[in-house]
Design a protein. Structure first.
Length: 90
């Protein structure tokens, strides 16, 4: 999430104050951090679909947990569909 916030600040989409507010809201959510990513599977997805390690990690989690994936990224959505993962429409 920090990378997303930083990139959106850099692109002028978020102010520093908005970023701080957003991160404070995230801290209040009951978010479970995945402690068991399959690094070999992530690297395989990076290679197979030419994804970033970040995107491949999201896809690996969706595959492993049999969950749909929400993304605006076209390449990640395409990779998810090829991997048999449902992509949520937005």
């Amino acid at each position: 999430m920090l990378n997303i916030v930083a990139m959106n600040e850099r692109r002028g989409r978020l102010s520093i104050d908005s970023s701080a507010e957003f991160l404070a809201l995230l801290r209040d959510l009951d978010i479970e951090v995945d402690q068991s990513p399959d690094q070999a599977a992530i690297l395989s997805l990076v290679r197979q679909h030419r994804l970033t390690a970040y995107d491949a990690a999201y896809l690996e989690l969706a595959v492993r947990e049999r969950l749909p994936l929400a993304t605006f990224d076209r390449e990640l959505a395409k990779a998810a569909q090829q991997a048999g993962v449902a992509v949520l429409a937005v």
